[in-house]
Structures are given as structure tokens and as C-alpha cells.
Design a protein around this ligand. Structure first.
Ligand code: CUA
Length: 330
């Protein structure tokens, strides 16, 4: 093999590698881990297969025409154009009919309404997600725990603009519309953390309106729910206890709720279990003590446009205590 051929082969391998690497990621629809995503992926592969077949046939015809040249003959008659009739009219028509039938069938199958075994209410906020478990009094934000193998019904609304709830590996997109509740039903097959995104442009921080769906075994999910239903314990450390005082003294309690305390604000996310969350600011940053301090100090520097005010004048000691308190809420 010549050096030129080797270079071409390497370039082809890199291109295929890049193209397929993007197929397995957290936001991939062709790596389904749930009932609804399975169905969507099936339609996608059918479309991909048909498109690939059309590409191969058309590219083959171009190659054939380019290499074999043109036969000379007299003026063409209607029946001489059979190739155009078949390739340009009949085959595309049949492909579109097949795709239409399959798509309509999949769409109607995904929209059959069932109450699900677990109902979760999700509200699209600016720019985060409120998550409620009706009947359990559990409220959290940006992290949705669900049991594996159990039909889930996510009830979706918004109290501001239109957002779209999308966990590519579990289900298709569904808008959250003010005044128009929507339902999304799916069953997750595999334990794991699945990234979700807002899929409808909704303003300045649309790109930082992420969330995670945490699929657990039914036993783990039951334990999680039972833990969340209990009133949180009083702060264990002295620093966390002084952080609780800062939380109540400053504006925090006006916007945030912490279960079992006087803080009952509803503007910002419920913080009752904020210490257990993997990310802060709806996926903007990792939840570490250092990031928590930076977020309290000036959330707008991390997520411009965020409704959380900055606390630049708060002494370092108070910020550290606040962060210690919030990280202790698990
Ligand atoms: Cu919410 Cu985009």
C-alpha cells in the first residue's frame, strides 16, 4: 500500500471514529435506555437505513455515468425515461409512504396516555427544573430519581415561557407550556444517571438548563424517597449551624425552601437536599464546597442572567458557613 493510500485510510478511520463517537454519548438518541427512547431510535435507524440506501444507489449511478460515458441514440421517447419515473417518482413516493406510516404509528403509540405507577410533576423555571413527587410531599430540583422498570408519568408545566423536557436516552422531547399541562410516559430499563436538557430556546441561560434523571433499583428508589420524606436533621457541625443562621438572616430564606425550617421561599430551587446533588445551577457547575462558595458569592458571574442575586459584601466567614450548611443538606 502506498503512503498516499495509507494517509487516506487513516483520514477515513478518523472521520468514521469522530462520526460514531458522537453516537454513544449522554445526549445520544441511538443509545436508548428506556421504552420511549427505544421506539424513537427504531424510527431513526429506519430513516438512516433508507437514506444510506438512496445515497449508495445515487452515488453508484453518478460513478457509472462518469466512468461509462453516454450512449448515443436518437430522440428519447416517454418509455425510454422509465429510469426517471421509477427513481424519481415511484421509489421516493414509496419511501415517503413507509416513513409516514411508521412515524405516525410510533407517535400515536408514544402518546397513549397511561397514569403510570410513579407520577412526577416537573415545572420548567428560568432556568432550572422544579421536581415534585405528589403524595409524598417531596420537592427537589434538577435531579429526578426514578425506579427502574416502572412506568413513569412526568406531568410537565411551566409558569413562565415554553421549555422542552428532553432526556435523549430515555424519551422523546416534550414541551412545558404555561397553562397547557403535558404528559410524558416512559419506563427506564437500566440503572444509571441520564443527562437531560431543555430543548426549546427559552432565554439567556437556555444552554444551562440541564438536569439529570437518576434511575435506581426499586429498593434504592424506595430508600431515597423515604429519606426525602423525613424532616432534615439539625446541622451537625458548628460551622453548618452558623451557616443556618446566616441563611435565615440574609435574603436566602425569602427565595428558597429548606424542609423543616422557616425558610419557605418559592422563587428559587428547594434546597432541602442540595448537598446531595451532583451539579449546581441546573448543570452549570459541579457541586463542590469551593463552587458552592463561588455560587453564593456571585452566581451571575457563573450563569449570567440568573435570578439569584450576588452576595459580594458578605464576609468570607459567612459565605464559608453558608456553603458548609448547604453541603450538609443531604
Ligand atoms: Cu428552558 Cu431552554
Amino acid at each position: 500500500m502506498s503512503a498516499r493510500h495509507r494517509r487516506r485510510l487513516v483520514a477515513l478511520a478518523i472521520a468514521v471514529g469522530i462520526a460514531t463517537a458522537s453516537c454513544g454519548g449522554a445526549h445520544s438518541i441511538v443509545n436508548p435506555k428506556g421504552s420511549e427512547a427505544d421506539r424513537v431510535a427504531g424510527v431513526w435507524w429506519l430513516m438512516f437505513g433508507l437514506a444510506a440506501a438512496v445515497y449508495v444507489v445515487v452515488a453508484g449511478c453518478i460513478l457509472y455515468a462518469a466512468t461509462r460515458g453516454r450512449r448515443r441514440r436518437g430522440p428519447s421517447r416517454l418509455h425510454d425515461n422509465w429510469f426517471i419515473w421509477i427513481g424519481g417518482v415511484i421509489v421516493p413516493f414509496l419511501i415517503l409512504v413507509v416513513l409516514a406510516v411508521v412515524t405516525v404509528d410510533a407517535t400515536s403509540a408514544l402518546r397513549t396516555s397511561s397514569p403510570g405507577e410513579v407520577r412526577i410533576d416537573v415545572v420548567g423555571k428560568l432556568w432550572w427544573w422544579e421536581v415534585r413527587y405528589p403524595g409524598h410531599g417531596v420537592v427537589t430540583a434538577n435531579e429526578i430519581h426514578i425506579p427502574r422498570g416502572t412506568p413513569i408519568n412526568v406531568h410537565l408545566t411551566s409558569d413562565n415561557v415554553i421549555h422542552s423536557f428532553w432526556v435523549p436516552q430515555l424519551a422523546g422531547k416534550m414541551d412545558t407550556i404555561p397553562g397547557q399541562p403535558n404528559n410524558l410516559e416512559f419506563t427506564a430499563d437500566k440503572v444509571g444517571r441520564y443527562a437531560g436538557r431543555c430543548a426549546e430556546f427559552c432565554g439567556l441561560q437556555h444552554a444551562h438548563m440541564g438536569f439529570e434523571v437518576i434511575v435506581e433499583t426499586p429498593a434504592d428508589y424506595g430508600r431515597w424517597l423515604a429519606r426525602r420524606e423525613r424532616v432534615p436533621l439539625e446541622p451537625a457541625s458548628e460551622e453548618a449551624a452558623s451557616g443556618q443562621l446566616v441563611f435565615q438572616r440574609e435574603a436566602c430564606a425569602g427565595c428558597h425552601t429548606i424542609g423543616g425550617t422557616d425558610a419557605q421561599g418559592t422563587v428559587g430551587p428547594d434546597l432541602t437536599d442540595v448537598g446531595s446533588r451532583r451539579l449546581l445551577g441546573a448543570g452549570a457547575i459541579e457541586n463542590t464546597p469551593q463552587n458552592m462558595r463561588a455560587w453564593i458569592r456571585d452566581a451571575g458571574a457563573i450563569k449570567p442572567g440568573v435570578q439569584m442575586p450576588s452576595f459580594q459584601s458578605l464576609p468570607d466567614r459567612d459565605v464559608a458557613a453558608l456553603a458548609a450548611y448547604l453541603e450538609s443538606l443531604k
